[in-house]
Design a protein around this ligand. Structure first.
Ligand SMILES: Cc1cc2nc3c(=O)[nH]c(=O)nc-3n(C[C@H](O)[C@H](O)[C@H](O)COP(=O)(O)OP(=O)(O)OC[C@H]3O[C@@H](n4cnc5c(N)ncnc54)[C@H](O)[C@@H]3O)c2cc1C
Ligand code: SF4
Length: 599
């Protein structure tokens, strides 16, 4: 009797593949769709499980996601399990790295981490792709202007321009917004006005707490001008779109899967299209451990299947889309003579970036109703540090001194009203209020779940050669493979931007009626790695093989059939939630491989 294929979706009869993609998230799912639509047979290998049993069937998508706080927050339904697959962390190369339970772990599952997100999807602006050139011009035009990482301090960071511009990427941004179903409007004055298509959907219903902070922002002035809060673009349906229903504002959004598939996660959008094309086979619970290669050509991949057996898969070309830390780790696991595959530049694993988050909070006497909504519906972009339109850097006159501070977009948010893990856990376990009327009272009043609110700035993180991923020399994972060792320390580029913008964030929350305004301690002060979940760099793109890993088409300079298309491709991190840009860059790379044009 023929053995039933296990852990497989899509066309199980395919045995020969044009392209094999490692990882099924924002980068991998996007590439799978473009390549199958372009006539290629594609094998996707995904380390995590599958929560969409009928994803490859032409009927309404069923999902195992649900509004269950314990399932995600306590039982880590789709998280990487750090006991089985740990990572180590240290601040600098002189220190010993130690195992850390959360070195910015991202979920592991078919569709990747974006299904856990609340899917905010701003575009980068023109400045973001030409930051080095624009900053050097600003410094030479403004005597006295000093920016950490540039000018006399240039060696301390590794800034470079991207090998393409905003205008080059714009058609792919438009295609990504259509494919993933982005709601939004054009009221953000700092976004680029260059758009070839409108947003597919208008913004959905605003959240109460976002409107309270918006009112506070409108009362706050910044260097004599009013601030400009705006609806946050998000890949979440505000109406029926592409067979998916509108969001019902269930509240359990950031950190949860979507029960009605309103989130434009890769599983229910691009991966599904790829699987329905008949040209895609997706093997899940398939943990890739090595690329078999000659040094300049990849011939196959080895992976552990769900039973722990080592398997091999072959294809003509290969794409790494396992997210930056894991994609770089695979290069090291596949190298020879102690060096990583594709590392003639010495840049593999380097320029690791996370967004530097400044989290300012306050307490609101009214209940904030965070249990209704999509986690974040509004924000402001005034603290990104660009001029309106996003084509130039903004130079401020700070009491006669020119000043540039490249922060990032700010999200207006708050708790999601989680009774167990927000108030329950804090009081029951941390403060010792364990039973009886006292516990009932704090859970009903919910000071954290119902009265805390605040803003997070997703500020640009400088690329640095010393911030890197390599292999830990002693710690191994459950498969017996060396785990990723992350070395990371903040640069004054981002810490100075935080110092500059935090007082304005305090003022906004005070104007919004908040009390006890405070800046939450940042990751470094807490003694651990950043936890922004925005992971970028490690295989940077560029035209010069001496200073970059990937060429402008996303192919390794050193390896003739190996590409990457996840967040690892980023040259700089921008000051915007990154995933729409990951998708747009993946579209550009995949169309290049398929020889097709954006739709
Ligand atoms: C709670 C939360 C909220 C977020 N909110 C936002 C937001 O609002 N906006 C935004 O822009 N971003 C947000 N993010 C970040 C966003 O999810 C990531 O930027 C995005 O998913 C990265 O895409 P990627 O393709 O690089 O990697 P991923 O989506 O992580 O995909 C990589 C895939 O590769 C698989 N994989 C890893 N190693 C292997 C291996 N060895 N073999 C096979 N498969 C492997 C993983 O299981 C995963 O499925 C959020 C993330 C979280 C967790
Ligand atoms: S708030 Fe909307 S998008 Fe978020 S999980 Fe609920 S239904 Fe899905």
């Amino acid at each position: 009797m023929a053995k039933k294929p296990q852990d497989v979706l899509g066309n199980t009869s395919l045995t020969q593949f044009d392209v094999c993609i490692v990882g099924s998230g924002a980068g991998g799912g996007t590439a799978a769709h473009v390549l199958t639509a372009g006539g290629k047979n594609v094998l996707v290998l995904e380390a995590g499980p599958n929560l969409y049993p009928d994803l490859d069937k032409a009927k309404p998508i069923t999902t195992l996601h649900s509004n269950d706080e314990l399932k995600y927050e306590s039982r880590n339904l789709i998280d990487q399990i750090s006991m089985l697959e740990p990572r180590t962390f240290r601040f600098d190369e002189g220190s010993a790295a130690a195992v850390n339970a959360d070195v910015n772990l991202l979920p592991r599952a078919v569709g990747g981490a974006f299904q856990h997100a609340d899917c905010k999807t701003p575009r980068f602006t023109a400045v973001d792709f030409l930051l080095k050139t624009k900053m050097e011009a600003a410094i030479s035009a403004n005597p006295g202007l000093a920016v950490p990482g540039f000018g006399s301090d240039a060696a301390s960071a590794n800034f470079a321009d991207w090998p393409f511009t905003y205008d080059d990427l714009e058609p792919f941004y438009s295609e990504a917004e259509q494919l993933y179903g982005v709601q939004g409007d054009t009221s953000n004055p700092f976004a680029s006005p260059v758009r070839s298509k409108p947003y597919p959907m208008p913004p959905g219903v605003p959240m109460y707490l976002s409107l309270v902070i918006k009112a506070g922002a409108e009362m706050t002035t910044f260097f004599g001008s009013p601030l400009h809060p705006h609806p946050f673009p998000a890949a979440i349906t505000s109406q029926f779109y592409d067979d998916r229903p509108p969001c019902v504002d269930c509240g359990l959004c950031s950190g949860f899967g979507c029960p009605n598939n309103a989130k434009g996660s890769p599983a229910v959008t691009t991966l599904r299209k790829a699987l329905l094309s008949g040209r895609c086979q997706l093997r899940y619970n398939a943990h890739v451990s090595r690329l078999v290669n000659t040094g300049t050509h990849v011939t196959g991949v080895e992976y552990f299947d769900g039973q722990g057996s080592l398997q091999t898969a072959t294809a003509d070309a290969f794409i790494l889309a396992a997210s930056p830390i894991e994609s770089a780790r695979l290069c090291f696991l596949s190298g020879s003579n102690g060096d990583a595959l594709g590392n003639s530049s010495g840049q593999v694993g380097r320029n690791l970036m996370f967004h530097f988050q400044t989290n300012v909070n306050a307490f609101l006497p009214n209940r904030v109703h965070g249990q209704r909504g999509r986690a974040v519906t509004h924000g402001l972009s005034d603290f990104r540090g660009v001029m309106p339109g996003g084509a130039e850097i903004r130079v401020l006159d700070d009491g006669g001194t020119p000043r540039v501070a490249m922060g990032g977009i700010c999200e207006f948010g708050g708790p999601q009203g989680l009774p167990i893990t927000e108030d329950g856990e804090t009081y029951a376990f941390s403060l010792g209020v364990r039973y009886g009327q006292a516990l009932k009272d704090v859970m009903r009043d919910a000071p954290l779940g119902q009265h805390l609110f605040g803003m997070i700035m997703q500020a640009e993180d400088a690329p640095q050669l010393t911030n890197r991923v390599d292999l830990d020399p002693t710690v191994q994972d459950v498969f017996g493979l060396p785990v990723p060792r992350v070395t990371y320390k903040n640069h004054p580029y981002e810490t100075q931007a935080r110092t500059f913008y935090a007082p304005f964030m305090h003022q906004i929350l005070t104007n919004a009626g908040g009390t006890h305004v405070f800046t939450a301690p940042c990751d470094a002060l807490l003694g651990g790695p950043p936890t922004s979940r925005h992971i970028l760099g490690t295989l940077r793109m560029g035209s010069d093989p001496a200073t970059s890993v990937l060429n402008p088409q996303g192919r390794f300079h050193d390896v003739d059939n190996l590409y990457a298309c996840d967040g690892s491709t980023f040259v700089t991190s921008g000051g915007w939630n990154p995933t729409l840009t990951i998708m747009a860059v993946a579209l550009k790379i995949a169309h290049g491989i398929a020889g097709t044009q954006p739709g």
